[in-house]
Design a binder for this molecule. Structure first.
Ligand SMILES: Cc1cc2nc3c(=O)[nH]c(=O)nc-3n(C[C@H](O)[C@H](O)[C@H](O)COP(=O)(O)OP(=O)(O)OC[C@H]3O[C@@H](n4cnc5c(N)ncnc54)[C@H](O)[C@@H]3O)c2cc1C
Length: 285
């Protein structure tokens, strides 16, 4: 099913993210995690794509498994910063053959030794996917502004261009303060961006994740979050429970404010997906 059809259903729903194996040897463990997460019957599952291209071939394989073996809607990520147009065309053909209808079209992070190639921005990839056929295309958005943009206003102008190029829904970067997300929603709707927005939530279940999250996303960490990590971080069991509770509170608040589509960055952790889903099960129907 195309996700745009799914989003027409006006009800709270959860989706989960997985990442493909980095090597052949980790295929089995990733497959098992994917199977367990798919068993929760989320509204869809997304599969990330390595911007450097190294593990990218597994993205299609995992997405195909999700759809064909487990009967769950699949969303395959595709990045372009390190690709040429031919590679993108080949990947689109793979996705088409695998019966994958939904693509999250991304630029990818520029490598340190970045030399501009055939693609500079996600918008250019979106144009090519649009020309290539009948895919449902999503893109990324940043409630706290993409780190390369000089200000949020500029970032939203580029976001609108991306939507005008054919992006039919947007998934947000993780955020830990819902107020920042609501503020962003107001600004993008005012800028004329009307496509469905999926809120991305990252359950932080161990203290060592925090440094990496800050480096990757630059997300603002509210006091309630840093207090939680300071207090519970040294005790892994307590930190796990607190992290699940924090993410659950964010999700309940989003649903309560009419944001029906929440994507959980479950990072191949079936227990995280399970525990979040259990906590909001009575709300999902
Ligand atoms: C939901 C989500 C999923 C992700 N999945 C993956 C993944 O699977 N694999 C992976 O490698 N990375 C992934 N990323 C990370 C993403 O690739 C990086 O954040 C990357 O730096 C930007 O990608 P983008 O598609 O948002 O780029 P773009 O939309 O191209 O934006 C990047 C920057 O360029 C600016 N810009 C855009 N268009 C123009 C223009 N025409 N002129 C001038 N400036 C412009 C934007 O304002 C922004 O500052 C994901 C991010 C999110 C939020």
């Amino acid at each position: 099913m195309k996700l745009t059809e799914l989003f027409k259903q006006d009800r709270p729903m959860l989706s989960f993210e997985v990442f493909p194996p980095k090597t052949d040897s980790s295929w089995e463990s990733v497959s098992q995690a994917v199977q367990k997460i798919a068993g929760l019957k989320p509204s869809y599952m997304s599969v990330t794509y390595g911007a450097g291209g190294g593990t990218s071939r597994y993205t299609v394989d995992i997405a195909k498994k999700i759809k064909r073996e487990y009967g769950v809607n699949a969303l395959a990520h595709l990045t372009c910063v390190s690709s040429d147009r031919q590679t993108v065309q080949d990947r689109l053909e793979d996705l088409r053959t695998a019966g994958i209808e939904n693509i999250l079209a991304l630029r990818g992070d520029r490598p340190q030794d970045y030399v501009p190639g055939e693609y500079r921005y996600a918008g250019e990839l979106i144009e090519d996917i649009k020309k290539a056929g009948d895919f449902c295309i999503g893109g990324a958005c940043y409630p706290e502004c993409h780190p390369e943009s000089s200000c949020q206003k500029e970032d939203i102008v580029h976001l609108k261009q991306k939507v005008d190029a054919g992006c039919e829904f947007l998934t947000t970067q993780m955020f830990f303060d819902n107020a920042l997300f609501y503020n962003f929603m107001y600004k993008i709707r005012e800028a004329g961006i009307t496509v469905p927005i999926v809120a991305g939530i990252m359950p932080v279940t161990n203290a060592s994740q925090v440094k990496r999250i800050c480096e990757l996303s630059g997300s603002f960490l509210p006091r309630s979050f840093t207090e939680m990590v300071d207090h519970f971080g040294p005790d892994p069991k307590a930190m796990y429970a607190a992290g699940i509770a924090y993410a659950t509170n964010q999700i309940v608040n989003l649903f309560a404010n009419g944001i029906n589509h929440v994507h959980v960055y479950s990072m191949n952790k079936p227990e995280v997906a399970r525990d979040i889903q259990k906590n909001v099960d009575g709300i999902l129907h």
